[in-house]
Each structure stands twice: as C-alpha cells, then as structure tokens.
Ligand binder design. Structure first.
Ligand code: XMP
Length: 433
C-alpha cells in the first residue's frame, strides 16, 4: 500500500485472532505434553506463565502462589523501593509447598545417587531433612543438588502426580521477579540484595536512546538476569542487544494489553504475536535463536492465545488480565448486581500514574499522557484454578500442533485465517446457553 509520502507500507501486524494453529502429527497424548520452559536465561519454570508487574496483579501473594504452581510472578514497582524489596523477601520466605504433609522415608546409608531413589519411588521431587530440619529440595529434572544428600537423613517425597513442580531457586526457595525502570539503579541493586531472582525492565517503549544507555549500565551493575522490554520490532531487539548484550530475556508486545490505550492515544502498536515473531527474526540474525528467551506480553485471553504465542517463538507468556481477577491479586472484591469483580487497571492509567508520581521520582520524567484504562474484571477465585485451566489448555493446544514440548512447538505452524474463517472457528449459529 502506498503511503501519502510516497513510501510503501509493507509491514503486516498480525494478532492472535488472525492466525490458527495448524494441526500436526502428534507423538504424545496431550496430558504428556511437557510445559517446562524458561522466562530468562537462567530462570526455569514448569509452567510457562508469568504474571504482569501491575499494581492490580502482582504483589507477594500472587508471586508466591504462582511460583508454588510452577509459574512465576513479577512484583510491580508502583511503590517505594523498600516496600517492593519487602514483597520480594516475603516470597522468598514462603514455604514452596506443604511438604510436611507428605510421608518421609529414611535414606539408606551411603546413598550416592538420589535420582535413582526418586525414580524408583516414582517421585518427581523430594525435600531433604537432616537432624535439624530441612536441608534442601531435590527435583529430578534439576540434578543440582547432590551435595545436600551427604548431610541428609530423610527424604520427604513430593509425588509426580502433584505436578507441576514449584519454581524454586538453588536453595529451595520460591523464585520471584521484580520490575524496575532502566533509570533506577538504586532500586535494581536493592531488589537484587533482597533476593529477587530476576529483574524485568518495565517501560512502554524501551527502544529509546536514553533508556537503552541506562539499561546498558544496569545490566552490568547487577548479577541476576535482566529481561528487557517492552519491545515490538526486530530493530528494537537488535539495538537493545547491541547496547546490552547481557540481556537475559526479551519482553515483547506494544499496546496489546487488555487495558492499553497506547494504540488509540498514540497510534503506535505491535501486537504481541507479531512482536514475538520480530524478536525471533532478530535473534536468528544474531545467531541467538532459542538462547535468549522471549516473553509474549499483552493481549493473551486464553490458552489458545498463549499457545499461538509459544508457537510463534515465545518461551513464556505474561498475563495481566488473566490473573487480575484471582484471590491472590491486590485489591478488593467488588459486587455489582449478583456478580463479583476485582479492579484492574493499566500502569499508565490515571490512577496508577498518580500513585507512581507519589512514590517514584524517576517516573516524573516520564510522559504524562494516559495510555491505559481502569476497570473491573470478573472475580475468578483462587489462582490455582486459572493456572490449571491454562496449563491443561496449553497442553491440548500443543497436542494439536504435534509438539511434545515448548521447544518443539517452535517448529509447529501457524496459518492465516480469513475473516469468514475466523467466524467459523468460534461457536456460531446457536443461541448460547
Ligand atoms: P493483558 O492483556 O494481559 O496485558 O491485560 C498486560 C500487559 O499490558 C501492558 N500494560 C500496559 N500497556 N498501557 C499500555 O499501553 C498501560 O497502562 C499498561 N499497563 C500494562 C503490560 O505490558 C502488561 O504486562
């Protein structure tokens, strides 16, 4: 299409509804599909879902609940840095699982290979007890912990059927991420010191010279993983990695969130599906495909969207609205008629920005135009329910795609859907009850 200045517009911005997953030959049953993945170079999860750093979504309760279920949360930054650091510490101090409720067995003397015992007992993980309490946790898929066994006396078993495994660090504590502005080195340092396992850069448009120079400094100052975002284009990813090659993950999607109004207010957007594909292009160009995990961020409404994002090349999917209605999100339940809701708002909405201006001097340099909306989402109960449905839906979707795990899903295929096709693949011609 010709633009009015004579240049051509050859970029197509595809979104989730524009594509469908092409069914492929499946070698495994859906319940055997393996969802383990990474959200950044060194953060492994058994369920590839991440809750957004938003003040109506992720504080310590949500982050702890998700990590217990094998996913992970990112604590928002709309609070003084000391308070955000306290939320991080809270997650690190929560028990990863009700371990004490499972039976203990005495370890045979001189046991050398714990994984053998786990396999024999059909257990996926175990808590290791010494005479004076818990010594650590062993997870079959993460054989990093043989050392603990030397002082261990008992194993307490965590059976495979209780999967997914919690997302835990090397010391058996829950894993947690924290959001930070690229300009806020003090906050980044404090979050690292408080035990944050990874940082997530939290700006609407990271592809900005000042933001990138600050990021380049920040990644050198901290030793934990830093996920960079938000980005939408191939050039954005290339420029980010040129300035900060230490970046350990990419957060992709511009203005596709359910509460975003950037596309409307500023006319700028890269839907999440396209943003993920652009990141893949950039990483392929740099020979880094599959090495730097991509997080698809914004607009994911269900497991089908999440699966499309993964097939497009994402390692994990970030959601705000998906989790905002849960018990574990901050904010009260609100009754409207006979239904319950919870508040949900964009971080660039009026209310969220006012809170940020009050606590964070860096944000005063930011633009003052509202690029987000405030509203309500249906109350969804404990987050375990949402997570379970998403995980099962994801497994079913990857099953259709013929993929037995996340990395093989990257080889599966998406196909364009016509507007008429799009109508046909949803419930139609029926009065829905
Ligand atoms: P969902 O669709 O999961 O999207 O609710 C969550 C993501 O939206 C982004 N976000 C915003 N984008 N204005 C925006 O343009 C905002 O006020 C805003 N707040 C959050 C963010 O990437 C989040 O993860």
């Amino acid at each position: 299409m010709a633009g009015n200045s004579g240049h051509t517009i050859d970029t197509l911005l595809l979104t989730f509804d524009d594509v469908a997953i092409l069914p492929g030959l499946s070698t495994v049953e859906p319940h055997d599909v393996e969802l383990s993945s990474r959200v950044s170079r060194s953060i492994f999860v058994s369920t590839p879902l991440v809750s957004s750093p938003m003040d109506t979504v992720t504080e310590w309760r949500m982050a702890a609940a998700l990590a217990r279920l094998g996913a992970v949360g990112v604590i928002h930054r709309n609070m003084p840095r000391e308070e955000q650091a306290r939320h991080v510490s809270m997650v690190k101090s929560v028990s990863p699982s009700p371990w004490s409720e499972v039976p203990r067995i005495r370890l045979p003397d001189g046991l050398e290979n714990y994984s053998l015992i786990l396999e024999e007992l059909d257990a996926g993980a175990a808590v290791v007890f010494g005479d004076d309490g818990i010594k650590g946790y062993l997870v079959l898929e993460r054989p990093d912990a043989q050392l603990w066994l030397e002082k261990a006396r008992y194993l307490s078993l965590y059976l495979t059927r209780i999967r997914p495994f919690p997302t835990i660090d090397g010391e058996g504590r829950l894993v947690v991420g924290a959001a930070v502005s690229p300009f806020d080195l003090d906050r980044a340092r404090l979050l690292e010191k408080s035990g944050a396992d990874f940082l997530v850069i939290d700006v609407a448009h990271l592809h900005n010279r000042n933001a990138l120079s600050s990021l380049s400094r920040l990644v050198k100052e901290v030793s934990i993983d830093v996920v960079a975002g938000n980005l939408g284009t191939r050039e954005g990813v290339l420029d980010t990695l040129a300035r900060a090659e230490e970046v350990a993950g990419l957060r992709m999607g511009i203005s596709s969130g359910s509460i975003c109004s950037t596309g409307e207010v500023a006319g700028a957007a890269v839907p999440t599906l396209t943003a993920v594909m652009n990141a893949v292009l950039a990483l392929e160009e740099l020979g880094l495909a599959g090495r730097i995990p991509i997080i698809a961020d914004g607009g994911v409404r269900n497991a089908g969207d999440a699966a499309k994002a993964i097939i497009a090349g994402a390692s994990a999917v970030m959601g705000g609205r998906l989790f905002a209605g849960a018990d574990e999100s901050p904010g009260p339940r609100i009754r409207v008629g006979d239904k319950l809701y919870k508040p949900y708002r964009g971080m660039a909405s009026r209310g969220a920005m006012e809170r940020r201006f009050a606590v964070d001097r860096y944000s005063r340099q930011a633009k003052a135009v509202e690029e987000g909306v405030e509203g309500l989402v249906p109350y969804t109960g404990p987050v375990v329910k949402t997570l379970y449905e998403l995980a099962e839906g994801l497994k079913a979707a990857l099953g259709y795609a013929g993929a037995q795990d996340v990395t093989s899903a990257w080889k599966a295929k998406l196909a364009r859907v016509t507007p008429t096709g799009s109508r046909e693949i949803r419930p139609h011609d029926i009065l829905l009850g």
